[in-house]
Design a protein around this ligand. Structure first.
Ligand code: KIV
Length: 265
């Protein structure tokens, strides 16, 4: 199967073929996902699902680079996006410095930046410097402490207007991809209909160009927090627990390692 390029993603949007994206944080799982999906996101959700924190704030540029390099080693085919962590793009100059570092050192295809129309100048600057940007609008987890929680976006006339104007401003500034999170489906649909830019959603309904899920949520490993939009495709935590329980039992019972697992002269 050939490598998924940005133009392939645009063709998929045009032809109505849905785009599938999943998160990955290491080479092991990136390799498993590579043939099954079109895009892989090294999300700052790693701070929660793998770092054990209660929010995404706290992930650093260096941590994102470490995980992204591992993911890069696991991918041959999927289009790879790396999340820019909290405040790493607070000014256009800082964004250029941090995004260039991530782009250069990880070999990713695009960086993802949370933020609405106010990030348009930053996106344009990155664009002029040859850095592809996926803009993350709607519910923005990096703003959740400030806004007092994870609030669904696009509600009411004003909410809808805000999401639509964010999408328009960022697409005009040169965002090559949009990610819409936790947004009223009808509003997300309007975003996708109003632009040639592929729009990937999470908790934004089925009418847009593609979907993304956090792998540890959809595989049932991260069980502390389950948003409405997460469908669980596997009971991962229980399956792994079961395997570890059996291993522990066999060691205690002295049935593992049996002869077949031993070295002989
Ligand atoms: O960090 C992440 O995994 C994300 C997804 C929720 C889209 O941004």
């Amino acid at each position: 199967m050939s490598k998924i390029t940005l133009s392939k993603l645009y063709e998929m949007k045009k032809s109505g073929e849905k785009i599938v994206m999943i998160t990955a944080y290491d080479a092991l799982f990136a390799k498993i996902f590579d043939d099954e999906v079109d895009m892989v996101l090294v999300g700052d959700s790693l701070n929660m699902s793998f770092g054990g924190h209660s929010e995404t704030l706290g992930a650093s540029v260096e941590q994102m680079i470490y995980h992204a390099r591992a993911v890069r080693r696991g991918l041959k085919r999927a289009y790879m996006v790396v999340d820019m962590p909290f405040c790493s793009c607070a000014t256009p100059e800082l964004a250029l410095q941090n995004c260039a570092k991530v782009y250069e050192s990880t070999g990713c295809d695009a960086v993802k930046i949370e933020g609405g129309a106010h990030m348009a100048d930053t996106v344009a600057l990155l664009n002029r410097n040859g850095i592809a940007v996926m803009s993350h609008i709607g519910l923005k987890p990096q703003f959740s402490r400030f806004t007092g929680g994870y609030k669904v976006s696009g509600r009411g006339e004003e909410g809808a207007r805000e999401v639509l104007s964010d999408a328009r401003a960022l697409a005009e500034a040169g965002a090559v991809l949009l990610l819409v999170e936790g947004t009223i489906s009808a509003v997300a649909n309007q975003v996708a209909l109003g632009t040639d830019v592929p729009v990937i959603g999470i908790g934004a309904g089925a009418g847009i160009d593609g979907q993304v899920l956090v792998w540890s949520d959809m595989c049932g490993f991260f069980t502390e927090f389950r948003p409405k939009f997460v469908k669980r495709y596997l009971d991962g935590a229980e399956l792994v627990k079961g395997a570890v329980r059996e291993y522990a039992r066999e060691v205690k019972e002295k049935s593992f390692p049996s002869e077949e697992f031993e070295y002989k002269q």
